[in-house]
Ligand binder design. Structure first.
Ligand SMILES: C[S@@+](CC[C@H](N)C(=O)[O-])C[C@H]1O[C@@H](n2cnc3c(N)ncnc32)[C@H](O)[C@@H]1O
Length: 294
């Protein structure tokens, strides 16, 4: 259930994205992480009148925000993972795309929704799934063995205290106090690491990534799906928010010789943007051009 009526998410590096994607009328653009259409609503006017925007988001709540902003015959929006872009393009009757944008992670709207469990300040049940019937909820992940929980926290959160936090989660569970809410999880992590938001942030990130198998989706998209959907000379832009994602993007662009990397080091947000939108601080934007005949 949605608890707010209008989207609050502010798109990251919009000027850089629009300029570096070299948008022009007539292009077909795939936005794999539509969110509240913050980027897409600025992309569409630049590719009209003949261009086409095809966009996906896994989260039905984000699609309803996007539909409120983007209501146009030349915009086709789907509830799907970007890894399913081949099927989505087939449904749209499109053979290939000229530009792709992936703005990874989650939006401020999801973070703020008390019913979703993404934000440790928002409260609510420990769910954290982008789509309610896909993947394993965070609460269910915390019912796994101590070793499995520790592995999730260490791998996806790079949390140094992963073993101790996992032991405390299992101790609470065995004493009949299994973690149900984000407040339970915050209290549990802080009982191990002290009142410090960094480990809490890492634990929430780890569970969210695991609940949605996010990095598997990013890797499949970069390595398998993108090469099937891009036209020659297509430009792809990817914004990532932590080193685990960024490493996958960097390696995928370097490993496949058909990509020409357009950003030798990633583009980052200007200080003025970071002041207005602190969420942009860790963002890294990488671009590559698809040149299969090289
Ligand atoms: C950072 S937000 C995108 C914000 C958007 N660019 C804007 O400016 O409004 C990331 C979005 O990607 C979606 N998402 C995450 N993983 C996805 C996947 N595998 N396929 C499609 N959408 C995904 C999330 O639900 C979220 O809405």
């Amino acid at each position: 259930m949605m608890t707010q009526s209008a989207a609050i998410h502010v798109p990251v590096m919009p000027r850089e994205v629009l300029r570096l994607l070299q948008l022009e009328p007539g292009l077909t653009v795939f936005d794999g992480t539509l969110g509240a259409a913050g980027h897409s609503s600025q992309i569409l006017p630049r590719i009209l009148p003949d261009g086409l925007l095809i966009a996906t988001d896994r989260d039905p709540m984000m699609l309803s925000f996007a539909r409120a902003r983007l209501n146009h015959d030349q915009a086709m929006l789907y509830q799907a993972s970007y890894v399913d872009a081949v099927d989505v393009l087939a449904q749209s009757g499109v053979r290939g795309v000229d530009r792709v944008l992936l703005d990874l992670g989650l939006s401020s709207d999801q973070l703020a929704d008390r019913n979703r469990g993404f934000g440790f300040d928002a409260g609510g049940p420990l769910d954290m799934r982008f789509c309610c019937d896909e993947g394993t909820s965070a609460a269910d992940l915390l019912l796994q063995s101590q070793e499995q929980i520790a592995a999730i926290l260490a791998t996806w959160g790079e949390e140094p205290a992963a073993d101790r936090i996992a032991a405390e989660i299992v101790r609470l569970r065995n004493s009949g106090a299994a973690l149900q809410t984000t407040a339970d999880l915050v209290a549990c992590v802080e009982s191990v690491t002290g009142r410090n938001r960094t480990p809490v942030t890492r634990v929430f990130q780890a569970l969210r990534i695991a609940a949605n198998e996010e990095l598997q989706h990013v890797r499949r998209m970069l390595e398998e799906t993108l090469p099937q959907i891009v036209k020659p000379q297509a430009i792809v832009a990817v914004i990532s928010f932590h080193s685990l994602e960024d490493r996958i993007v960097k390696n995928a662009f370097r490993t496949n010789p058909s990509w020409t990397v357009l950003t030798s080091s990633p583009v980052t947000a200007q200080p003025a943007e970071i002041r207005i939108n602190p969420r942009s601080r860790p963002a890294k934007l990488r671009l590559a051009r698809w040149e299969p005949e090289k």
